[in-house]
Design a binder for this molecule. Structure first.
Ligand code: SF4
Length: 303
């Protein structure tokens, strides 16, 4: 893999980063140990690592900034065996697996087809459930699969300002809503991840508009399962801030540590979250507008 990075063209780190985002390595997944993935699922596994999107706040800046090229894994049967073995150790309980915590598999599904295979694999499992989150609208090849209601798609959404200012090379809001509607009409359980929730001038008005638009376009799901929401406030680590400022020197991201509280996070780093008062305000406000627009929905967590 070091050879891959060395051979990516570009004189500066930023040029290499831009080219790496367009470089796909076809390889095998070596480690078959699955990490715990709270709060979104019991475990996580990867069909792909990294993503061609270029969101300024992306969590990958912290975890994978030194290897930003995309990897897709071809030893899918081995990955499936590992999943089955984790389910068999869970005392006959339902076990949930997140497929998009190290990258966005939808972004390159038209090349790999691996998510489609994985959805049908989970469709055949009595005790396994798949969870996928995406900012891409590449769903047409997934609409007629035998998913058996065992895959929950969550579309990542945000206010107009956040999507247009920070989420480069991803599907736009309307494309994501259309994708959510298609997925919902195909009987998949659906949900929305609102992340990262940001506080800025007019944030309340913009988030209210977001949920009004969602309600107009997605009022019910064909699945018997409720629509879910996962809420994640904006946070950053010192390492991420350094990478972001190198890659996006004119970023408008608010990363002023003096206005934030410190919280110990995964990957052994402190992260800067909003102050206690702001966290309370975000949580109460977003919860209230979700409940007024989607009274039967479930808010799975706020973090
Ligand atoms: S779409 Fe997701 S994984 Fe891809 S760059 Fe944006 S935040 Fe990162």
């Amino acid at each position: 893999m070091q050879r891959v990075l060395a051979s990516i063209p570009g004189k500066t780190e930023n040029q290499k980063y831009a080219r790496a985002k367009k470089t796909l390595v076809v390889t095998t997944k070596k480690s078959m140990s699955l990490e715990v993935c709270k709060p979104s699922a019991d475990f996580q596994f990867s069909l792909v690592t990294n993503c061609p999107g270029n969101c300024e706040y992306c969590y990958l800046h912290t975890t994978q900034s030194f290897k930003p090229y995309l990897r897709t894994y071809v030893n899918i049967d081995e990955i499936f065996s590992t999943i089955e073995s984790h389910i068999s150790k869970n005392n006959n309980n339902i076990t949930t697996f997140e497929a998009a915590s190290a990258g966005d598999p939808l972004a390159i599904e038209h090349i790999t087809g691996s998510l489609a295979k994985t959805i049908e694999f989970f469709g055949s499992l009595e005790k396994g459930r798949l969870r996928v989150v995406t900012k891409f609208d590449n769903v047409d090849s997934l609409l007629n699969l035998k998913h058996n209601g065992h895959t929950r798609f969550r579309i990542s959404i945000n206010s107009k300002y956040v999507i247009e200012t920070f989420e480069h090379n991803t599907s736009n809001f309307i494309q994501r809503i259309e994708a959510a509607s298609k997925i919902s009409n195909s009987g998949y359980p659906i949900g929305f991840i609102v992340a990262p929730i940001m506080v800025y001038e007019n944030w309340k008005e913009e988030y209210a508009n977001l949920f009004n638009l969602l309600k107009e376009n997605i009022n019910t799901s064909k699945s018997n399962e409720p629509i879910t929401f996962e809420l994640i406030q904006h946070r950053f680590t010192s390492t991420a801030k350094d990478s972001i400022l190198k890659r996006f020197p004119n970023t408008k991201l608010d990363m002023d540590e003096s206005k934030r509280n410190l919280k110990w996070g995964m990957y052994g780093r402190f992260k800067y979250i909003y102050s206690k008062e702001t966290v309370k305000e975000i949580k109460e406000y977003i919860t209230s507008i979700i409940k007024s627009n989607f009274p039967d929905s479930v808010i799975e967590y706020f973090t």
